[in-house]
Design a binder for this molecule. Structure first.
Ligand code: NAD
Length: 731
């Protein structure tokens, strides 16, 4: 496969054009790197060539390294994967260094050939690392383009020289937002930040690149770090100002990662050590840390769930094979908190929306939620007035069901009440086309039961959003007993249109996500009841990498909601109900009026502005603190294991059909320790046998909820893991 094309014009300027066939965006592979290297050698070795332009044959420059390839790298190394990975990375360094030195005399730094990167659009990851090795970077003025190094977001860091080059170029402080936060910006902003050199009108990109090549002087080709007397901008680590940078950065990294993300720490170490040695040694240091990160099972798990599998699900890995079901006009029933959010994300994706509520005032209020979000976007310079008008113009607020005519999808988000839902289902079905799909956003009512109100049960499905709808990336699609393939395809096509990530599950109490969150929250309250300090409970969760601890989470979602769900669940389960101990805490808190944030009083105290003030001391009067507190590792395991076991049971019972959905859904749905890749990834990292041993211990000490599911016990006995051999992607 030819990924790079090479040509030389009459003026002796060679152009290397990156254009991976069959893809809308260039991604780098090891084959591609080899081709690029061969073209660079041709250009440097050909006396007729004066200089080189590296550009793209597509609208964008490149999306980055092909992470699928990277994920497989570790497994390809045979007996010594570390050496194989390190050697592979060093090959890339040598190639980029060849570009950077461009044939110049190493002593006089003269006689090199100018190499310029010309970026027509987005340039991410290795798509920026390669330009950083060139002598000059010109980008087309394209406000939609993003330039940056986003590796940290999927559990890696820039390992193609980008970390060291950017730190040497800008200094550690100025490089930090790009390296540690993966900040990506439009060309003009990256020029202002000093990452790229020039921005030109799109039509002038190649002409300007050629002009630069033909006019470049020897001095223009020498990178500061290759010149005599180089000093790191902002100071090297032992310089007084450099020292302060690293004290701050180290604190920031630990505050943000709680020590569970290997990449951020490795990145910081590579920069800290790299800035104290010559450039080539620094690249070697970067390669060693990068090798370490690639071999860390946590990085592999993150790449797998946050990139490879997330993308596969978004592209329709589990979509039934039926024709396109893209949504043109959606009817949203109920303009409350959820309906308003659903209307916004739909209209924002270009879909016409009919937003219905019981009163015109309520419907208008639901639409005004979109106005609020768009106005905020305008304030931040992210949305134009024209865009706002366009999006709002797509939302029709009304009480008139007749306006649902022509809707190909209905999403119902009225009160959580079977009777009310049945009534609106029938009212809508009287108007909408025979072919329309009807979806409910219920969070607790079985889809199979709700479908009974419908004339067309095979066209009835659950599309379960998370709150707040505009921020949460996951959508859970629920198949009722009668739901047909077209309904599933429609739901998936809709989720793709609104650019969220779907998982498809079968109908069961609380579906998948809520089913797993509830044991997490409940275990937090059991711990409190046992006299464990609230701070230990929530901090143990943070140390696991959860965004919020269980007690803080209950405060956010409210204790009366917890009480309501508990009552309904108990009514449904009868004697089998296992959570009376949890209810002692929940109902007592509700009695005290400690309903959570909305009451400015919950497990936390709040000031009048709603800011958390610390844990409420009154709790200890009802549930006295134990003198001896459990070990933090034990608290961590007590919080994570119930969620993992619930996910495994969901798989065992067939509620979940695909572990990829279980893992991606857990991270995006409730923030399950992203470093682990999700609950199934967590089991693989710990090993099934170790997890079963932990279950046995906890079952004996804390109760039957820790009983190891048969599936896990079987896996432990056979020495199996969920994802099989490293690199193997199980479906
Ligand atoms: P909400 O009370 O904010 O909104 C419900 C809206 O439905 C209200 O505006 C109400 O006026 C309207 N409504 C009631 N009866 C109606 C009728 N007959 N015709 C037209 N409109 C009617 O509730 P919500 O939080 O938006 O929840 C809506 C649904 O979404 C529920 O099924 C809930 O379980 C589900 N859900 C909620 C969340 C959440 O976090 N709140 C998350 C996922 C799913």
């Amino acid at each position: 496969m030819t990924e790079f094309h090479y040509s030389v014009d009459g003026d002796g300027v060679a152009t290397i054009t990156w254009d991976v066939p069959g893809k809308s965006m260039n991604v780098m592979s090891f084959e591609g790197l080899k081709e690029l290297g061969a073209h660079i050698d041709s250009a440097l070795g050909d006396d007729a060539v004066k200089g080189v332009i590296i550009t793209s044959g597509k609208a964008d420059f490149a999306g980055g390294m092909d992470l699928n390839v990277l994920a497989d790298l570790a497994s390809a190394g045979g007996d010594n994967p570390a050496q194989a990975i390190f050697d592979g990375i060093m090959d890339t360094h040598h190639l980029f260094r060849r570009i950077e030195r461009a044939g110049m005399d190493p002593k006089t730094l003269k006689g090199g050939k100018p190499i310029v990167a010309a970026l027509p659009g987005t340039a991410m990851g290795i798509g920026l690392e390669l330009p950083l090795a060139c002598h000059y970077i010109i980008a087309a003025d394209n406000p939609k383009a993003r330039i940056g190094l986003p590796e940290i977001m999927v559990g890696l860091f820039p390992g193609g020289g980008g970390t060291i080059r950017l730190a040497f170029k800008l200094g550690a402080m100025a490089a930090a937002p790009f390296l540690l936060e993966g900040k990506a910006q439009e060309p003009k902003k990256m020029k202002a930040a000093g990452v790229i050199d020039e921005v030109v009108a799109p039509g002038e990109l190649l002409a300007r690149a050629k002009e630069w090549v033909l006019n470049a002087k020897d001095g223009d080709l020498v990178k500061p770090w290759d010149a005599k007397g180089f000093k790191v901008p902002g100071g090297a680590p032992y310089h007084p100002s450099g020292y302060m940078t690293f004290v701050g950065a180290s604190a920031m990294v630990n505050a943000n990662t709680w020590g569970v993300y290997p990449a951020a720490k490795a990145l910081l170490s590579a920069v800290y050590e790299g800035l104290q040695v010559p450039f080539d040694t620094a690249l070697k240091i970067e390669a060693r840390y990068f090798t370490n990160v690639l071999l860390d099972p946590r990085s592999g798990a993150m790449v797998r769930s946050l990139f490879v599998n997330k993308q596969a699900l978004e592209k329709g890995a589990n979509r039934p094979d039926v024709p396109d079901e893209k949504v043109k006009k959606v009817g949203v029933l109920g303009a409350g908190m959820m309906g308003a959010g659903i209307a916004y994300v739909s209209a924002n994706a270009g879909i016409e929306v009919v937003l219905i509520d019981a009163s015109q005032e309520a419907a208008e209020k639901g639409k005004s939620y979109s106005t609020g979000i768009l106005d905020k976007g305008i304030k931040r310079g992210k949305v134009s007035e024209a865009k706002k008008e366009e999006v709002l113009g797509r939302i029709l607020p009304t009480t008139d069901y007749a306006r649902l005519e022509g809707c190909d999808l209905i999403i119902e988000a009225v009160f959580e009440d079977t009777g009310v839902k049945a009534e609106v289902t029938q009212k809508a079905e009287a108007v909408i086309p025979e072919s329309a799909i009807f979806a409910s956003n219920t969070s607790t009512l079985p889809i199979t039961e709700l479908a009974k109100a419908s004339k067309r049960q095979e066209q009835f499905i659950g599309i379960h959003f998370f709150s707040p709808v505009d921020k949460m990336l996951l959508v859970e699609i629920i198949k009722g007993a009668q739901t047909g393939e077209r309904a599933v395809a429609k739901a998936l096509d809709y989720v793709r249109q609104i650019r969220k990530t779907p998982i498809v599950v079968n109908d069961a109490r609380f579906f998948y996500a809520n089913r797993c969150i509830i044991p997490y929250i409940n275990e937090g309250m059991r711990l409190v009841r046992e006299g464990v300090t609230p701070a230990l409970v929530d901090n143990a969760a943070r140390l696991l990498g959860f965004p919020v601890g269980p007690l803080q989470l209950v405060d956010e979602t409210s204790l009366d909601l917890g009480a309501k769900i508990a009552k309904a669940t108990k009514a449904g389960m009868g004697d089998a109900y296992p959570d009376d101990e949890v209810d002692e805490v929940v109902f007592w808190m509700v009695e005290q009026g400690r309903l959570g944030r909305k009451a400015n009083a919950g497990f936390f105290d709040y000031d009048e502005k709603g800011k958390r003030q610390g844990y409420w001391q009154g709790l200890a009067e009802q549930f006295p603190r134990r003198n001896e507190q459990p070990d933090v590792e034990e608290v961590k395991n007590r919080l994570i294991l119930p969620q993992v076991l619930e996910a495994v049971r969901a798989l065992e019972e067939g509620v979940l059909e695909d572990i990829r959905e279980g893992d991606v859904g857990a991270i995006l749905g409730w923030g399950f320790a992203p470093w682990s890749g999700g609950p199934f990834g967590w089991v693989d990292i710990k090993g099934a046998a170790a997890v079963v041993a932990l279950c046995d211990d906890f079952e004996a000490r804390f109760g039957a909820r820790y009983k190891a599911p048969k599936l896990l016990r079987d896996m432990a006995a056979k020495g199996e893991s969920f994802y099989g051999k490293p690199g193997q992607r199980a479906a």
